[in-house]
Design a protein around this ligand. Structure first.
Ligand SMILES: Cc1ncc(COP(=O)(O)O)c(C=O)c1O
Length: 480
């Protein structure tokens, strides 16, 4: 039996010159203590011993996903978001990342779709998903736009869309042959409205309305990564180990869009809507389950289920979908999240915020401790720091690795690759508090404080070390 409390984390005490063990504040994974292995064991046993579950579970599944999971999801989500349950709005996916790829495959066109617009700083692993569908920053088809205290800067986005529309003129014909069950959108907008990765910002209600209106005006599809909606907690300086109840998230963009009915860009006989909610069990049960859902207008959910690879291979995650169905029925997912996941994240968040104040406050480094300013609620996995006096985030991150065996993410990772016009983050850092246990989160910030202090004291001096090029790919550091 391993004695390492965090067995996914390499412990390299001997190999680092500082003699300290590795602390990894890049990795955006749940720590092993948050994985729902015990619950999955029970539901797997049930699923694999009952032929009425395992026969469909082990076969090719229906295109929109395992029926009982869709039923459970529509009920569960209707309670969470206070909307009417509608199973036709649900399509089971292989998690949020796979789902973005399928949405882009089905609902965008390499010629007709002018650009994908992403909030910068962006969830950097979404970048390659857009590139796979031909949206490159270097070609002006993956475009970053800014955010402020309230979320995406919708006015800036509209200005930029208008400029693009004027430059490009009339509609180009589509390169793809339009399928009746799909619709090709002219723009895509990608956002993480609740506790964004990496900035932690939660989009205000008025901004949500404004974004939906803009999407409807310019024939855009909003892909809304709602992956942190259920991971919110009250901000407190004295967190306990008691369960942390669910906090109702702000309305999803799809739920603001749907009641507005068909837009002028919808075809005569169909309502595809202008927003898709992209959900996942990765952060609730464990990323390895590779199961998520889309909730959208029924026509869009169905169109997504008609992705070629889904029609051939069946819905993704069919067997795991059958297991998760048991966990939703028994309310075990909710219990796990409220008794384990949210309390642990709430405590780690409180400790990281306190440590940042005590270790970094003296250098004028502050942290946003709430999703919406004044809302009293925090969530997600990350905090976003701005360094003082233009200090380089890249240098801090390299020196942290060299001198303290600490891994943090520099702001440049969250820029939109190849889009020279979009916001830059040379003086930012993202710290993740989901992977390391509480004590190591605090120790990590302490080490960061030492790095910043040394950099302040000997300005300009730079020691080249073995990790000097910032490329950590060979060092067993994987991250999200
Ligand atoms: C905003 C965002 N979207 C998607 C993902 C990945 O989701 P999934 O595991 O469901 O593919 C992450 C994981 O860090 C994320 O932060």
């Amino acid at each position: 039996m391993s004695t390492n409390p965090n067995p996914g984390n390499p412990v390299d005490t001997g190999s680092h010159p500082s003699g300290q063990k590795l602390i990894n504040l890049i990795r955006g994974w749940p720590s092993p203590s948050l994985l729902a292995a015990d619950l999955l064991l029970q539901s797997a046993t049930t699923a694999l011993t009952d032929p009425s579950i395992y026969v469909p579970g082990l076969q090719y599944g229906p295109d929109p996903g395992y029926g009982p999971l869709r039923e459970q999801l529509s009920q569960w989500l209707s309670e969470k978001y206070a909307v009417k349950p509608d199973v036709e709005r649900i399509c089971v996916t292989g998690g949020a990342s796979q789902s973005i790829a399928c949405i882009l495959q089905g609902f965008t066109d390499p010629v007709y779709t002018r650009a994908a617009w992403v909030v910068a700083p962006m969830y950097f692993l979404a970048g390659p998903i857009f590139e796979d569908s031909g949206f490159y920053g270097t070609d002006g088809r993956l475009r970053g736009f800014g955010e402020d205290e309230e979320g995406p800067d919708v006015k800036e986005l509209e200005r930029e869309i208008q400029k693009m529309e004027q430059q490009k003129g009339a509609d180009e014909p589509t390169f793809k042959h339009p399928a009746p069950q799909r619709k090709i959108y002219r723009h895509v907008i990608y956002v993480v409205p609740t506790c964004a990765n990496p900035s932690g910002v939660t989009m205000s209600l008025s901004r949500r309305h404004a974004l939906v209106n803009l999407a409807r005006k310019y024939n855009a599809l909003i892909i809304s990564d709602d992956v942190y909606d259920f991971l919110q907690w009250p901000v407190t300086t004295t967190p306990s180990t008691s369960p942390v109840p669910f906090i109702k998230p702000l309305p999803r963009l799809t739920d603001l869009d749907l009641p507005l009915g068909r837009s002028s860009h919808d075809p005569q006989d169909k309502h595809f809507g202008h927003a898709v909610s992209n959900g996942t069990f990765s952060k609730l049960i464990g990323p390895g389950v590779r199961t998520g859902w889309v909730e959208a207008a029924p026509n869009l959910a169905y169109g997504l289920s008609q992705t070629g690879s889904t029609r051939s291979g069946g819905a993704p995650s069919q067997l795991v979908a059958a297991m998760i169905t048991q966990l939703l029925k028994s309310h075990d997912v909710d219990t796990h999240v409220s008794t384990k996941v949210r309390p642990a994240l709430q405590r780690r968040h409180a400790r990281i915020v306190q440590s940042i104040e005590s270790e970094l406050g003296q250098f004028s480094i502050s942290v946003r401790s709430e999703g919406e300013i004044g809302g009293g609620v925090a969530g997600g996995y990350f905090v976003w720091l701005t360094l003082p006096d233009g200090m380089s985030g890249k240098e801090v991150s390299e020196r942290a690795r060299e001198e303290e065996n600490l891994v943090v993410a520099e702001g440049e990772m969250f820029e939109v690759r190849g889009d020279e016009r979009s916001p830059r983050f040379p003086s930012n850092l993202r710290l993740c508090f989901s992977w390391e246990e509480e004590g190591d989160v605090v120790e990590g910030v302490r080490r960061l404080g030492r790095v910043v202090k040394r950099m302040k004291e000997n300005k300009g001096e730079r020691r080249e070390g073995r990790f000097g090029n910032g490329d950590m790919s060979g060092n067993d550091i994987s991250y999200k």
